[in-house]
Write a protein that binds this ligand. Structure first.
Ligand code: FES
Length: 119
């Protein structure tokens, strides 16, 4: 369901631009889940995924640690809907709303790893 950033193919220029733009979002121990809101992903229910992730963040009381945001096309439309977790540089592909809990689990795990490492 997910790959590390280093496993992505090099042909994705839009992804590289996105990565540069979001690097500041990791400061202060905040993880950001970017849900693609480009046309291709929207047609595959990315809004439902974003809404479900926000619900779960609230249910788990993680509002001060994990933010859910929409973003423009990440250049991987054929593998959408796409969700990117800035912390740990994880990309989730072909996401379905029922996978939101697993994505949030991964975000929490990445936060714990970051806290444990003292970064
Ligand atoms: S529309 Fe989501 S990756 Fe392009």
């Amino acid at each position: 369901m997910f790959v590390s950033e280093s496993e992505l193919d090099d042909s994705c220029d839009e992804y590289d631009e996105f990565d540069d733009a979001d690097s500041a979002e990791d400061t202060g121990g905040m993880a950001v889940l970017y849900v693609c809101a480009g046309g291709g992903c929207q047609n595959k229910n990315s809004k439902k995924i974003r809404v479900r992730l926000k619900e779960l963040v609230k249910e788990r009381g993680l509002e001060d640690r994990i933010r859910v945001k929409k973003t423009e096309c990440l250049g991987m439309c054929g593998r959408g809907p796409i969700v990117k977790l800035t912390l740990g540089n994880l990309i989730f592909m072909r996401v379905r709303p029922k996978k939101a809990e697993a994505i949030l689990d991964a975000a929490e795990k990445a936060l714990c790893t970051k806290l444990a490492s003292g970064e």
